[in-house]
Design a protein around this ligand. Structure first.
Ligand SMILES: O=C(O)[C@H](O)[C@H](O)COP(=O)(O)O
Ligand SMILES: [Mg+2]
Length: 303
């Protein structure tokens, strides 16, 4: 495997690299921004790619926001996008549940461990759910809860799926209830299983860490519908109809973004060093996941 090409400062190399692709799949956290802080020259870079006629899709594992929420965030950041260019892990999970898994009613309701983004996308697909941001679940577990969860009186008999995402409101009541549904045969899904979330110019526990307690308790991994899942790649290709050989995945995380692009047999992958992964990880001898090229920051594409 040839070593990745370092493109920062290499104008000719950048021009040649961009000429290989018609479509760019952009990761968001750690590539475009850190929380609400937009990295330098990101807006100019996106403008430049659009002026070259490139198709852009924003592919994020962050399940806390819906496509509509991301459209608002892009607008706030001064980046011209439309909602249909966003394809997040919440949307990926909702599409999978509604159009692929298609559990027969009535036992097709979802028990959500996560934020509003998941709820909005499930609503958009007509999928019923409980928990999520429901304040009734944002409380300490009480002694009577143990009995009511164990005997099923606290459970909704129509729940057939547990969906675990990035949940900023974790508690034992929600975990114990989700665990009981799984013990009773519910399908175990996750929007994504990233270990860390790059935000506030630091790292925080990610969706995978938020759901780790439930995984440990039930003793099996959920089916994750975010990067690097190829169910997500297939869904994106099904929606945007691109030529994979002329498509490049741009990301900050080797075991989601770059692996997603490589396993999806895309024409190329571009790593940026503003997020989770460090260049030492992919420059090391025998590194398992190596991008085609890398740069210090996305804005280096416009120099
Ligand atoms: O923990 C998470 O959910 C992820 O770290 C995070 O949201 C990743 O978002 P992305 O980098 O795919 O935009
Ligand atoms: Mg990222």
């Amino acid at each position: 495997m040839s070593p990745p090409k370092y493109l920062t400062g290499d104008k000719a190399g950048i021009e040649e690299f961009l000429s290989r692709f018609d479509v760019f799949l952009f990761d968001c956290d750690g590539v475009l921004w850190s929380g609400d802080h937009l990295y330098p020259k990101v807006a100019e870079t996106i403008g430049m790619l659009r002026s070259k006629g490139k198709q852009l899709v924003f592919v994020t594992n962050n399940s806390t926001k819906s496509r509509a929420d991301y459209k608002k965030k892009f607008d706030k950041m001064g980046i011209e996008t439309n909602e249909e260019e966003v394809f997040g892990s919440s949307y990926s999970a909702a599409v999978y549940i509604a159009r692929i898994l298609k559990l027969p009613a009535p036992k097709n309701k979802v028990f959500v461990l996560g934020e509003s983004g998941i709820e909005q996308e499930l609503n958009a697909e007509g999928v019923r759910y409980i928990c999520g941001t429901d304040p009734a679940f944002r409380r300490d577990i009480e002694p009577e809860d143990f009995t009511n969860i164990a005997n099923g009186s606290a459970l909704d008999p129509e729940v057939g799926i547990v969906l675990s995402g990035l949940d900023f409101h974790l508690n034992y009541l929600k975990m114990a209830t989700a665990f009981q549904y799984l013990q009773r045969g519910a399908v175990f899904l996750a929007t994504n299983t990233d270990s860390t979330l790059p935000t506030a110019h630091s790292l925080f526990p990610g969706a995978g860490s938020a759901g780790a307690g439930l995984v440990k308790a039930i003793g099996r991994e959920p089916l994750a519908l975010g990067k690097p899942s190829q169910a997500m790649m297939d869904a994106i290709e099904g929606k945007f109809h691109f030529d994979r050989s002329r498509t490049c995945m741009v990301g900050d995380r080797l075991n989601t973004d770059i692996q997603f692009g490589i396993e999806g047999k895309l024409g190329g992958t571009l790593a940026v060093l503003t997020g989770v992964s460090k260049k030492e990880e992919f420059l090391a001898e025998g590194a398992p996941t190596v991008p085609m090229a890398y740069m210090d920051t996305l804005g280096d594409l416009v120099g």
